[in-house]
Design a protein around this ligand. Structure first.
Ligand code: WQD
Length: 340
């Protein structure tokens, strides 16, 4: 069994990716500092796959701990790196926390990966690197615009660090996956999104409102230049996104890459407005959602959805699940964690 390290493997996307890696026969080692996740997620993973990943609680900002880890696990065949802070708004108020946590950790990790026999590295990037793209759908060749937040900047700089490292280390093979908007939960409702405090993202706010934790959803702006006035995003089911990581890893492990640093947009290729997401939720849940139109949110872009031709044709991956599938899975997860 090939051993794969998943950093941030108890997080939302990380845990779903661990399940898909185990389904494909990989042995998984998880590093997580539990700063934005819970050890209970490990039980959730085991209850789905009946395979217990190796787990090490470790702070990737601690360089010597990272070195020790790789002395112990020198048989790692691939690394998928999720561990990072990811709240756009928080990053504006705490830039140094984001630059230290998201970039130092990447540098320490890459230093150790260069010392491995073989190294396939998958980086968790984001469509945030495009800012408000000029053309829809967004291709991987769209210009990278000045980041609108320190969070987005750490993704842009992260890709540059990897690109420059790959240039002078031809044995390092890397892929950056630029996610659009991950939503939903595993069909088993054993793992899902666990926002701490008031959710910043749309879908957990919708399901918490429907569960009675929030009195209503604020729709941030209905005066945008879109068909119904609300912002458009590409909402991708987290299970489809998780599978994209396995496709990317296998591409590198099988030596199919065209160059030793590649980027792929991972989305559905379909744009959905906030109101369309609300309608999807009401359709699949049979519940009417309490929402109000309020002012725009600072920093929001009008529209972003992926051109997925490259991932479909070159990676051989295509999203399979619909917006309704994702909204139903998100609602089932919310009901599971609230015992509804
Ligand atoms: C989606 C739409 C809001 C909440 C962010 C990050 C991105 C990625 C995904 C990490 C927007 C509207 C939201 C609410 C609302 N994260 N909305 N009421 O901002 O597209 O992307 O999360 O990689 O990097 O930027 O996602 O879910 O916050 O917002 O009307 O209570 O929903 O205005 O149009 P976003 P989101």
């Amino acid at each position: 069994m090939k051993k794969v390290l998943v950093t941030g493997g108890l997080g939302f996307i990380g845990s779903h990716t661990v399940v898909e890696l185990q389904n494909e026969g990989f042995e998984v080692v998880i590093i997580d500092d539990l700063s934005n996740s819970s050890i209970d997620v490990l039980n959730g993973i085991v209850s789905i796959t009946n395979q217990k990943p190796i787990f090490e609680k470790l702070d990737l900002k601690d360089k010597s701990s990272v070195e020790l880890f790789f002395r112990k696990h020198n048989d790692i065949a691939g690394v998928i790196h999720f561990a990072a802070n990811k709240a756009v708004g928080e990053s504006v108020n705490k830039p140094l926390l984001y630059y230290e946590n998201n970039l130092n950790t990447l540098i320490y990790l890459l230093n150790e990966i260069l010392g491995l026999e073989t190294s396939s590295f998958i980086f968790s990037s984001s469509c945030t690197v495009y800012g408000q793209a000029d053309e829809m759908p967004i291709t991987e060749n769209a210009p990278i615009k000045p980041a609108e937040s320190p969070y987005g900047n750490t993704k842009q700089i992260g890709e540059e660090i990897i690109r420059d490292t790959c240039k002078v280390n031809l044995d390092l093979n890397a892929i950056a996956l630029r996610y659009f908007n991950p939503i939903g939960a595993h069909a088993s409702s054993k793992i899902g999104e666990l926002p701490i405090g008031v959710p910043q993202n749309l879908v957990p706010y919708i399901t918490q409102t429907a569960a009675g934790l929030r009195s209503y959803l604020s729709v941030f702006g209905d005066d945008y230049p879109t068909p119904d006035g609300t912002c458009i995003r590409d909402y991708i089911h987290v299970v489809d996104l998780a599978k994209a990581h396995v496709f990317a890893l296998q591409r590198l492990m099988n030596g199919r890459q065209d160059s030793n640093f590649e980027t792929f947009n991972i989305g559905t290729g379909v744009g959905s407005s906030v109101l369309e997401v609300i309608k999807s939720f009401e359709r699949v849940s049979g519940k009417s959602l309490n929402y109000k139109m309020t002012a725009r949110r600072e920093g929001d872009i009008v529209s972003a959805y992926a051109d997925t031709k490259k991932a479909n044709s070159i990676l051989g991956w295509k999203s399979q699940l619909t917006l309704d599938d994702a909204m139903l899975s998100a609602w089932n997860w919310e009901k599971h964690i609230r015992n509804l």
